[in-house]
Design a protein. Structure first.
Length: 116
């Protein structure tokens, strides 16, 4: 069983930056595509960035393209999300998980709040 722990969220002004981290414990996940998701109040969880197992292929939701960068360090069982030029609409709880179903048990996520 893999446990996911997200960190790095916080309160930031519009235009600011944050770097989120996701640490995985349990059996290695280096052969899995990974993704960052977010869920805003009253909205469904959505995928914002994906990365393949080797880290050389990434994809982004249109809403974050050009502003967010996903990366991973398989030696550390970690996935990262660099978020620049943050907007108030980026406010949400951010989660990491497998790129596709079946998902592992979701972590608690990390809150990102962007003030205008």
């Amino acid at each position: 069983q893999i446990q996911l722990v997200e960190s790095g969220g916080g309160l930031v002004q519009a235009g600011g930056s944050l770097r989120l981290s996701c640490a995985a414990s349990g059996r290695t996940y280096s052969n899995r595509g990974m993704a960052w998701f977010r869920q805003a109040p009253g909205k469904e969880r959505e995928s914002v960035a994906t990365i393949n197992w080797s880290g050389d292929s990434t994809d982004y939701a249109d809403s974050v393209k050009g502003r967010f960068t996903i990366s991973r360090d398989n030696a550390k069982n970690a996935v990262y999300l660099q978020m620049n030029s943050l907007k108030p609409e980026d406010t949400a709880v951010y989660y990491c998980n497998r790129q596709s179903r079946p998902y592992w048990t979701w972590g608690q996520g990390t809150q990102v709040t962007v003030s205008s």
